[in-house]
Design a protein around this ligand. Structure first.
Ligand SMILES: Cc1cc2nc3c(=O)[nH]c(=O)nc-3n(C[C@H](O)[C@H](O)[C@H](O)COP(=O)(O)O)c2cc1C
Ligand code: SF4
Length: 525
C-alpha cells in the first residue's frame, strides 16, 4: 500500500487541499491502485501548498502546488511511483533546500506524521520526554528545563525554568477558596501577532507534542489541570486538538493515573475572545475565568495568583512544545543550539511580501538577511525589499542596515528590534512608512483594553497627530508632539500593549524620515 500525503492544516485547506485529497481518492479508486491518502500537517513550505507527497524507496517525493485539475496528469506521469517527470515534482522532500537547511527540533514531526495518530507520534520519538519525566522528581524536571536555557517563545523571552521553579515553590493553599490546593498550567495559544502562525501549524500538525509538554509541565510544578486558551479564529486547530485530547485520554496520556503512575493531569480547551489583548497573560486569565479580558496589575504574578486565584504557569505553545525534546534528549543538547543567552531553536515565520513564505526553524543566531533571501527568496512582487517588521505589531520596522543583526534576543534589542514570537513581515519599496506608523497607533487604539490612560487616550491622539503630520499641518510641532506622546505611552502604560506601540512608530520616524516629509496629498507614492 502506497501512502500519499495531503496536508490538512489551515493554510493548505485554504488553498484547496480538501478538493485535492478528494480527487486523489477518487482517481486512486478508479485506477484500482493500492494506495491510500493520509492527511498530514503542513511542512510549512506555503508557496508549494497544497504539497502532495508520496512514500517511495528513495524517501518521500514532493509535488506542489497541486490543484485538483493536476491530479490526472500527475498520476499519468507516475506520481505514485515517485516519478520526477511532471513539472510540479519538487524532488525528494527532505532535499528541498528550504527544508534541508533547517534545524527542526520542535517541528521535527510536523508534516511527517498523521497528526492524530498516537502510534505515528510514538514511532517518531513521541512521549519519550514524558516517560523520562515520570521517573524524575519535580525539581529534577525543572533543573532540566533550566539547563536547556529555554526562554518563553510568546514574546517576552522570560527564562522558562525560572518561571517553572516559581510555580513549583508557590503554595496553592487558599483557605476558603474553591480551588484551594490546585495549580494550573495555561497554554497561551491566542497567537495574535501579525505574520505569526507557528502555534497553529504546530497544533494542527503535531498536537500530541503540546499535550506531552503540558503534562510534563504539570508533573514539574505539581499542577493537575491544564487549559489551552485557543484563538477562536482557529476552528481547524480546535477540531484537531479536541480529537487529540480525547485519544490521549483513551490511551492514558491524560486523566487520572497517567500511564499507571498514579499521577493526574486533565486538559481542557477554552476558546479566546477574539481580542489581541487577550494574549497578554493576565488579560487572558480574566478571559479564561469568563470575564472581559482586562490587564491585571502585577504583582501578584500569575505564578502566585493566576487562574481562579491559584498558582498558574502561563506558557506559549512553542515554549511548552519544546519541552518533550528537552526531557528526551537532555537540557544540554537543546542548549548546544543557539548563541549568547538565546539557546535552542526558534521557529521563524516568514510572511508579507516574500516569494517563499512559510515556517523556518533554526538555531538562534541566523541573520534576518539570510531568512529573507536564502529562505524567503526576496519579494513576491520582484521589487526591492525596504522594511521588515519582526516580533509582531509592537515590533520595530527595521531597514536594510539592520538585516545582518543575528537573531538573538539581546542583539535584536540592541538595534531597537525584538524577536518576539518570531514573526517576520516583509515590505517592498512601495510601502509608505508614515501609513505604517499610523497603522501601529490605530491598532493600539482598536485593541487597547482601556484600563490605563496613556494607552486608551494616547493611541487615539496618536492617530490624530500622525494624520496631521501626513497632511503637512504644523509638521515640526506635530513631530515633536508625537515623540512626547510616545514617551508618555512608553513610560506610563500598564502593559506592553501601550508601552511598546511607540516601537514601530519611532522606528518608522527614525529609519524612514522621508516618508513623513512628503508634500500633503503625495503619500503612498
Ligand atoms: C498585548 C500582548 C499580547 C500578547 N499576545 C500573546 C499571544 O498571543 N501568545 C503568547 O504566547 N503570548 C502573548 N503575549 C505574551 C504573554 O503575556 C506572556 O508573556 C506569555 O504567554 C508567557 O509565555 P512564555 O513565557 O512561554 O512566552 C502577549 C503580550 C502582550 C503584552
Ligand atoms: S497599556 Fe493598554 S492594553 Fe495595557 S493595560 Fe493599559 S490600556 Fe490596557
Amino acid at each position: 500500500m502506497i501512502n500519499v500525503y495531503v496536508p490538512r492544516d489551515t493554510t493548505a485547506l485554504s488553498l484547496g487541499a480538501d478538493a485535492v485529497a478528494d480527487r486523489l481518492t477518487r482517481e486512486i479508486q478508479q485506477r484500482s491502485v493500492s494506495a491510500r491518502v493520509v492527511r498530514n500537517g503542513s511542512r510549512g513550505l506555503f508557496w508549494l501548498e497544497p504539497l502532495v507527497e508520496v512514500d517511495t524507496p528513495r524517501g518521500r517525493m514532493a509535488y506542489g502546488p497541486v490543484t485538483p485539475d493536476d491530479i490526472t496528469a500527475l498520476l499519468d506521469h507516475g506520481m505514485l511511483e515517485g516519478s520526477e517527470s511532471h513539472p510540479l515534482c519538487q524532488g525528494v522532500t527532505e532535499t528541498i533546500p528550504y527544508l534541508r537547511n533547517q534545524q527542526r527540533l520542535t517541528f521535527s514531526r510536523v508534516g511527517i506524521i498523521d497528526p492524530l495518530s498516537i502510534a505515528d507520534y510514538r514511532n517518531h520519538g513521541g512521549f519519550r520526554g514524558l516517560e523520562r519525566a515520570l521517573t524524575l522528581e519535580a525539581d529534577q524536571i525543572v533543573d532540566e528545563v533550566e539547563l536547556s536555557g529555554l526562554r518563553g517563545r510568546g514574546g517576552a523571552a522570560f527564562p522558562a525554568g525560572r518561571k517553572w521553579r516559581t510555580v513549583l515553590e508557590a503554595d496553592p493553599k487558599r483557605p476558603g477558596q474553591p480551588w484551594s490546593g490546585h495549580k494550573f498550567i495555561v497554554c497561551n495559544a491566542d497567537e495574535g501577532d501579525s505574520g505569526t502562525f507557528a502555534d497553529r501549524l504546530l497544533m494542527e500538525g503535531d498536537p500530541y507534542v503540546l499535550i506531552e509538554g503540558m503534562v510534563i509541565a504539570g508533573l514539574a510544578v505539581g499542577a493537575d489541570t491544564g487549559f489551552i486558551y485557543l484563538r477562536s479564529e482557529y476552528p481547524n486547530a480546535h477540531r484537531i486538538l479536541t480529537e487529540a485530547i480525547t485519544r490521549a485520554e483513551t490511551e492514558g496520556y491524560l486523566g487520572t493515573n497517567l500511564r499507571g503512575s498514579g499521577r493526574t493531569f486533565n486538559l481542557y480547551i477554552r476558546l479566546g475572545a477574539e481580542a489581541y489583548i487577550c494574549g497578554e497573560e493576565t488579560a487572558m486569565l480574566d478571559s479564561l475565568e469568563g470575564k472581559r479580558g482586562m490587564v491585571r496589575a502585577k504583582p501578584p504574578l500569575p505564578a502566585h495568583h493566576g487562574a481562579f486565584g491559584q498558582p498558574t504557569m502561563v506558557n506559549n505553545v512553542l515554549t511548552l512544545a519544546a519541552v518533550p525534546y528537552i526531557l528526551a534528549e537532555g537540557g544540554q543538547t537543546y542548549a548546544d543550539y543557539g548563541m549568547g543567552r538565546s539557546r535552542g531553536t526558534q521557529p521563524f515565520q516568514l510572511a508579507g511580501n516574500l516569494a517563499r513564505g512559510g515556517l523556518v526553524e533554526l538555531a538562534f543566531g541566523v541573520t534576518l538577511r539570510s531568512l529573507l533571501y536564502d529562505f524567503g527568496g526576496g519579494t513576491e512582487s520582484g521589487r526591492p525589499l525596504r522594511a521588515v517588521q519582526v516580533g509582531g505589531p509592537l515590533g520595530a520596522y527595521l531597514p536594510e542596515s539592520h538585516w545582518d543583526t543575528p537573531m538573538d534576543y539581546e542583539a535584536m534589542a540592541d538595534v531597537g528590534g525584538m524577536v518576539g514570537h518570531g514573526g517576520i513581515v516583509a515590505f517592498d519599496d512601495s510601502v509608505d512608512m508614515a501609513q505604517q506608523a499610523r497603522f501601529a497607533m490605530e491598532f493600539c487604539r482598536v485593541e487597547s483594553c482601556g484600563k490605563c490612560t496613556p494607552c486608551r487616550i494616547g493611541a487615539v491622539r496618536g492617530v490624530e497627530v500622525i494624520d496631521r503630520i501626513i497632511a503637512n499641518q504644523d509638521r515640526t510641532d506635530n513631530l515633536a508632539l508625537l515623540q512626547d506622546l510616545c514617551d508618555t505611552m512608553e513610560m506610563g502604560s500598564l502593559c506592553a500593549m501601550g508601552g511598546m506601540t511607540p516601537n514601530p512608530v519611532r522606528s518608522a520616524l527614525q529609519f524612514f524620515p522621508d516618508d513623513f516629509a512628503r508634500p500633503a496629498g503625495n503619500v503612498g507614492g
